[in-house]
Design a protein around this ligand. Structure first.
Ligand SMILES: Nc1nc2c(c(=O)[nH]1)N[C@H]1C(S)=C(S)[C@@H](COP(=O)(O)OP(=O)(O)OC[C@H]3O[C@@H](n4cnc5c(=O)[nH]c(N)nc54)[C@H](O)[C@@H]3O)O[C@H]1N2
Ligand SMILES: Nc1nc2c(c(=O)[nH]1)N[C@H]1C(S)=C(S)[C@@H](COP(=O)(O)OP(=O)(O)OC[C@H]3O[C@@H](n4cnc5c(=O)[nH]c(N)nc54)[C@H](O)[C@@H]3O)O[C@H]1N2
Ligand code: SF4
Ligand SMILES: [Mo]
Length: 762
């Protein structure tokens, strides 16, 4: 294969891509003839590279280490980093990290809307206009008339700076972003149970687990290298049990020993039944109950006896018809979960994106706490992060409407005072009023209450639920959009568009699922006039008169400030310096001193430097040092099926593509991978007259979309599935915008719909 030719022409054919993939999977590349076995050598660089640099994949929260080859100021190759946690492996999106920098439609210069059209402008013109409009809104309508809507794909330095500028400078808590659509329920779960956000465990636990409980996560497609590690464990220890809970027979579910094809939105009932079974079979860890746990229902205190009575209402027989699974299966799965030596739960959006997302998260944590499957190698409740930096960048920095850095909240006067002192602003500067969470922010725009909004690194015109409503809202607002690609769905509504550098064109810190902070170096210059998001924020600060507050101006300076701030919290990572980040393959916080190696298992005395005493645990995030087990009830659906809307639409992702396709949709290597489809069970296809491959109209109480039918038994009858990737199909017009009452995360995974052949649509 002639890789050098195609690489230089900027293209990788599909065949070459597959060859590179299979080669990487084995850590080898086949450079000789395919027949015979003489052709295996160690992988050679595909094309000449001047220098290799360690970095991190730009895509998912697995956060794979990659080596980036640079030549003549361009990224010319990437490969897996053998010394990083992913042991040299990367998935298809990892391989395409080079190609994404050079896609067509990179945004090259600022634009201002004039007479209804975005026209080229200078940076000075664009930023003067932005600053003028922000200043005008703040002066006339107060600080709460402006907002920042950010992203788990920005670097930590960028989210931290935006948060500080808006909360401590402008004085509004209207800072939120796409992690609200993604990790909010996981965060709310961890915070309410352990007092602090982020998982206790780490990837190394995968190598020790004897049972995997994977629920609401299509790990094989969405965290492929985490999945490879799970597969390694299964290969080396075949009796390892894999349980998958998912309404679809995903690639993940196909490898499961047990697949519970649950009805969407009924996880709370299932986990209650599992807890019932733990109690019935005597699998409760009494030491945990007596010494490390408290019980609650809402704000009211409860006891273990109350929990027993509570779950007695959720016997497997009762729950089976609610969840659409077999009672015997629930019993077996509960037994395997509890009886295993070390159980690791893995979950993502199937749980988080539900109207009861927080409750489901709390219960998964509770299953581990009650059975003692926690804080030991392989035993851990481990939520995976979606984006490359939703954890460190947004959750840890507190760049959310209710939050402040390191697990503080704006509603707490002491937390506000601490941050005001640390940021050196007068007491009282930080508003006590939580800002607008994502959906509320766009509702406020619809009402005209928000005058000016800066959107950075996210494409809400496509990714929000009930999209049409919020697209209209954006039309009403003075919108500033900073994006690496132009056009995007959201850019259509921009009054000012700012071109952003991405990934190694700027540099900064990402944090992935296991609390690992790791550095993406700046290696090349951005195209055209694009600037880093940090530069944009710093300039906005200067122009609004907050230059004194935003003194840190380079990623390294911002990181230094941030790590020192962390020292005043249980997240303490003061020891993670840029120097260390440049050398090491990331470090897991807490790591309070420069000689601290990082922490694999939090809350475990002896492992976690913040945990005190000699007991099994110190849940130091909670005032009494005990974790909380919540009693939760299964609620009726937030978008119930009816005669008119008899099916449930679940939305999600495919392996090859990323979100709104602004990047992966431009790659010729992926052009055969279409995403405008709807998976329909043959029974439902028959009932509603849908033919495989034919256009199908999907309608909900909110809107409609046309997709191509894929008739398949890989889905539960009564449920249909569509990825949300395609901007043309824009399935989010249909999707439910009800939010979880605690986390405020939308129920993207449960929308009542009806379907019919599109040809019959009026
Ligand atoms: N290829 C690829 N990988 C990605 C991304 C991408 O765009 N493309 N995005 C990244 C991001 S930001 C995220 S958040 C993650 C998301 O990663 P995942 O959460 O794994 O992906 P999804 O496809 O959104 O949803 C996961 C599964 O939840 C199931 N599900 C739906 N309803 C329920 C339910 O009620 N209960 C249960 N138990 N399961 C349910 C769905 O059928 C689906 O298979 O992926 C990350 N990785
Ligand atoms: N129906 C449905 N909807 C969903 C979900 C679902 O499962 N179902 N999942 C939700 C989840 S979990 C998520 S995370 C969101 C994701 O939704 P979005 O965040 O809206 O999706 P992306 O396509 O990742 O948008 C990122 C944008 O940032 C740009 N970009 C890339 N790098 C940079 C950079 O360095 N700087 C700047 N300024 N811009 C950059 C890209 O071009 C792109 O326009 O979607 C949510 N919406
Ligand atoms: S698994 Fe995620 S982080 Fe790793 S290469 Fe693939 S997309 Fe990148
Ligand atoms: Mo996400």
């Amino acid at each position: 294969m002639n890789l050098s030719f195609s690489m230089e022409s900027g293209k990788l054919t599909r065949r070459e891509l597959l060859q590179r993939l299979s080669a990487l999977a084995g850590g080898l590349i086949l450079t000789g003839p395919i027949s015979g076995c003489e052709g295996f050598w160690r992988r050679e660089p595909a094309i000449p590279v001047d220098s290799w640099h360690k970095g991190v994949c730009r895509f998912c929260g697995t956060g794979c280490g990659i080596m980036i080859g640079v030549r003549d100021g361009k990224v010319v190759d990437v490969k897996g980093d053998e010394y990083a946690h992913n042991r040299g492996r990367i998935c298809i999106k990892g391989i395409l990290n080079r190609e994404i920098l050079y896609v067509r439609d990179r945004a090259l210069y600022p634009m201002i809307r004039r007479n209804g059209r975005l026209e080229r402008a200078t940076w000075d013109e664009a930023m003067s206009l932005v600053a003028e409009r922000f200043r005008e809104a703040i002066d006339r309508y107060g600080p709460d008339s402006v907002a920042f809507y950010g992203s788990g794909q920005l670097f930590t330095e960028e989210s931290y700076t935006a948060n500080k500028l808006f909360k401590a400078g402008i004085g509004t808590n209207n800072v939120d972003g796409n992690p609200r659509l993604c990790m909010a329920s996981a965060a709310a779960g961890y915070i309410s149970v352990f007092g602090k956000d982020e998982p206790m465990g780490c990837y190394e636990d995968i190598d020790h687990a004897t049972c995997f409980f994977i629920t609401g996560s299509n790990t094989a497609d969405c965290h492929p290298i985490v999945w490879e590690r799970i597969m390694d464990r299964k290969r080396s220890r075949p009796e390892t049990v894999i349980i998958v809970v998912d309404p679809r027979r995903t690639r993940t579910a196909r490898h499961a020993d047990y697949h519970l094809a649950i009805r969407p939105g009924t996880d709370v009932a299932l986990y209650n039944a599992m807890i019932y079974e733990f109690i019935r079979n005597g699998f409760i860890d009494q030491d945990m109950v007596e010494n490390y746990l408290t019980f609650r229902e809402g704000d009211a205190e409860r006891t273990f006896e109350d929990l027993k009575r509570h779950v007695a209402q959720y016997t497997p027989e009762r729950v089976a018809p609610v969840c659409g699974v077999d009672a015997r299966q629930i019993e077996e799965v509960a037994y395997l979960f509890a009886a295993s030596e070390a159980t690791m739960s893995i979950w993502t959006m199937g749980l988080n994106q539900q109207a009861q997302g927080t409750a489901a998260n709390r219960l998964v944590n509770a299953m581990h706490l009650l059975t003692g499957h926690i804080g030991r190698p392989g035993a851990t409740p481990f939520s995976l992060t979606g984006q490359p930096n939703a954890g460190g960048g947004v959750r840890d920095t507190g760049a959310l409407a209710h939050a402040l850095p390191n697990g503080r909240v704006v509603a707490n006067p002491q937390h506000r005072a601490e941050m005001e002192d640390l940021w050196g602003v007068p007491r009282g500067r930080i508003s006590p009023k939580p800002g607008y969470h994502a959906v509320a922010m766009f509702e406020a725009m619809a009402r005209g209450d928000l005058k000016c909004v800066l959107i950075m690194g996210t494409n809400p015109a496509q990714s929000l639920p009930h999209a049409e409503r919020y697209r209209e809202a954006m039309q009403r607002t003075f919108l500033v959009v900073a994006d690496a690609i132009y056009p995007t769905e959201t850019a259509q509504f921009a009054d000012v568009f700012l071109p952003s550098a991405m990934w190694v064109e700027k540099g900064g810190v990402f944090s992935q699922s296991e609390r690992r902070y790791h550095l993406v170096p700046k290696l090349v210059e951005p195209p055209g006039e694009a600037r880093s998001d940090l530069e944009i924020l710093v300039e906005l600060a200067d122009r609004l008169g907050y230059g004194d507050l935003i003194k840190a101006r380079t990623p390294e300076e911002v990181w230094d400030e941030w790590r020192q701030i962390s020292a005043h919290s249980p997240y303490n990572f003061a020891g993670i310096t840029y120097e260390r980040l440049k050398k090491e393959r990331g470090i897991l916080w807490p790591a309070p001193t420069e000689d601290h190696p990082g922490t694999c298992r939090r809350y475990v005395p002896g492992e976690d430097p913040m945990a005190k005493g000699t007991g099994r645990f110190d849940f130091y995030g909670r005032p009494d040092g005990r974790a909380v087990v919540y009693l939760e009830h299964q609620q009726p659906s937030s978008d119930p099926r009816s005669d008119e809307y008899p099916l449930t639409l679940v939305t999600g992702r495919v392996y090859e593509h990323w979100h709104t396709l602004t990047i992966t949709g431009k790659l010729e290597e992926l052009e055969d991978i279409t995403t405008d489809f709807l998976v329909v069970h043959p029974r439902d296809a028959h009932r509603y007259g849908i033919r495989d491959g034919a256009p199908v109209l999907v309608e909900s109480r909110r809107g409609r979309a046309v997709l191509k039918a894929r008739v398949s038994t890989d889905i539960t009858p009564g449920v249909v599935f569509a990825p949300f990737h395609s901007p043309e199909a824009l399935v989010n017009r249909v999707v439910n915008n009800t939010v979880d009452p605690i986390s405020k995360e939308p129920a993207f995974k449960e929308s009542a719909v009806r379907i019919r052949p599109a040809s019959s649509a009026a």
